[in-house]
Design a protein around this ligand. Sequence first.
Ligand code: SF4
Length: 83
Amino acid sequence: MLSKTTDDATPTATPSWQEQALCAQTGPEFFFPEPGGSVNEAKQLCLACEGRTACLEYALANDERFGVWGGLSEKERLRLRRR
Ligand code: SF4
């Protein structure tokens, strides 16, 4: 996601990995597809994302249930959490 600034140009508290997020350059449909839709394109993009590890840690720490985060689908994150 792109860094945002306020009117006085003070940076907001956006985590640095979100500033490098490649998913911010695409539509959310890749990362939050309709039921039965493919997440392969999103996962491929995540593989090239510099913030991938931090993104996955964020998703696990915040119990993000939906969509692709850090290159893992909902089911893959659930399996990882159970280990
Ligand atoms: S790892 Fe994937 S979901 Fe996470 S910020 Fe990067 S592109 Fe977005």
